[in-house]
Unconditional design. Structure first.
Ligand code: AMP
Ligand code: GLY
Length: 427
């Protein structure tokens, strides 16, 4: 098969690494890709949201399958674009339809979906500028802290958690006035849930589903989970507190109603569902849905998948996923992100990266790199994800940290405490 993979981060490098191992793969193209994906397939300098270009390229290169990494093309309707075009409709697109992608593209849509299907989540109220008084009354009924979310995509920045009631009301007004542009014209106010979070990934063909290994990511820039939110500074899999009983509840109360709900509502969905969960008093509640794999979670989930990913994707396309079984590596996997100093605020790009060739027993997934005159240089905030296996989370982490000591670029930063909340680990 000829596969076009959309995206350019660590998630896409990990997906490319796995797809490359499939006996069914003929050519792999990655658009736009990074310096890591360049060694696994052919990078194509093309935006993942430039649909006319995707069309021309797919026809020219006899693409059989498009695997969509990030949410933007999905929310913009790449699935529907391929399906609606006679010349493209034979090409399998791995990802949800535009309406399915609203599970991530609109928090209000996701909340209403959860309500319709009795899926446990925080109490909420959606507010627009004409219902601001109701929003304030709802805030009055809650206790601190207060959670305000921009309805639409806001590059991971659209969630405010505020301790003071009057400050929360003021920020509600500001959000409705365009603090996050059009994405906060509707604001979802939520009850604050206190607990520990994890990420559950489901692959579905719209009829049946497979649950992938559970992971936990570390979102804050600073050690001890402090400071600004980032795309993710590291991840582990499995998650000790997501035990069998918990995962059985997740499957019964969340995964099944989600897949069934999509089916009952005739929402075409052939791809990944990422369920952001919080464990509150032992019970799972949904914090959010995403319609893609997580990053950096992919860099631990995919290495633990022994089954052929391309075969699974083909089964998704032909709605025969129920015939497949998932084979999972029992080992733990961890990944730690090496980022550009200053990230997630201002940082410099273009720094030459040295030492990757000295890494032993870890996988180095490129997140933000490019090739400049044959040399690997940084090109983003999150630069490399160093993934290792181990008998325990601790073993895997120590291999990652040992190898990270061999890699260098100017102003490199990483958290030395990934997994800290599990066992007070520090490296
Ligand atoms: P989201 O974009 O919905 O995932 O929210 C970003 C982060 O905000 C989540 O990963 C949580 O850590 C936090 N968060 C979101 N909603 C809630 C909530 N209702 N209660 C507590 N924390 C929340
Ligand atoms: N790691 C969280 C995300 O991909 O959104």
């Amino acid at each position: 098969m000829n596969v076009l993979l959309l995206g350019s981060g660590g998630r896409e490098h990990a997906l490319a690494w796995k797809l490359k191992q499939s006996k069914n793969l003929n050519s792999l193209f990655i658009a736009p890709g990074n310096a890591g994906t360049a060694s696994l397939g052919q990078n194509v300098p093309m935006s993942a949201t430039d649909f006319p270009k995707l069309k021309a390229f797919s026809l020219e290169n006899k693409i059989d399958m498009v695997v969509v990494g990030p949410e933007d093309p999905l929310v913009q309707g790449v699935y529907d674009f391929f399906l609606a075009d006679k010349e493209l409709s034979h090409i399998a697109v791995i990802g949800p339809s535009k309406i399915g992608a609203k599970l991530e593209g609109s928090k209000d849509f996701a909340k209403e979906f959860m309500m319709r299907h009795n899926i446990p989540t925080a109490q909420y109220k959606s507010v627009t500028s004409s219902t601001i008084e109701e929003g304030c009354a709802f805030l009055d009924s809650l206790s601190a802290p207060y959670v305000l979310k921009a309805d639409g995509l806001a590059a991971g920045k659209g969630v405010l958690i505020i301790n003071d009631l009057s400050e929360a009301k003021e920020n509600l007004r500001k959000m409705l006035d365009g603090m996050f542009g059009a994405s906060s014209r509707t604001v979802v106010i939520e009850e604050f849930l206190s607990g520990i979070e994890c990420s559950v990934f489901v692959l579905t063909d719209g009829k049946s589903y497979k649950i992938l290994p559970v992971a936990k990511d570390y979102k804050r820039i600073g050690e001890g989970d402090t400071g600004l939110n980032t795309g993710g500074m590291g991840a582990i899999s499995p998650v000790p507190f997501a035990d069998e009983t918990f995962m059985q509840t997740v499957e019964n109360e969340i995964v099944i109603p989600t897949v069934e709900g999509l089916r009952k509502e005739n929402i075409t969905y052939k791809g990944f569902i990422f369920i952001g969960l919080i464990k509150v008093n032992g019970e799972p509640k949904v914090i959010e849905y995403n319609v893609r794999m997580g990053d950096p979670e992919t860099e631990v989930v995919i290495p633990r998948l022994k089954s052929d990913l391309l075969e699974l994707f083909s089964a998704v396309a032909t709605e025969t996923l129920h015939e497949k079984t998932l084979e999972i590596d029992p080992r733990c996997a961890t990944t730690v992100m090496m980022v550009s100093g200053g990230y997630p605020e201002h940082y410099e790009k273009g720094k030459p990266i040295s030492g990757i060739e000295n890494v032993e027993n870890s996988l180095v997934f490129h997140a933000g790199t490019s090739l400049k005159n044959g040399e690997i240089v940084s090109s983003g905030g999150r630069v490399l994800a160093v993934t290792s296996y181990g008998g325990t989370i601790e073993d895997a982490l120590s291999t990652s940290y040992e190898n990270m000591g061999k890699i260098n670029f100017e102003n490199v930063y990483y958290r030395r405490d990934i997994g800290f909340d599990l066992k007070n680990l520090r490296f």
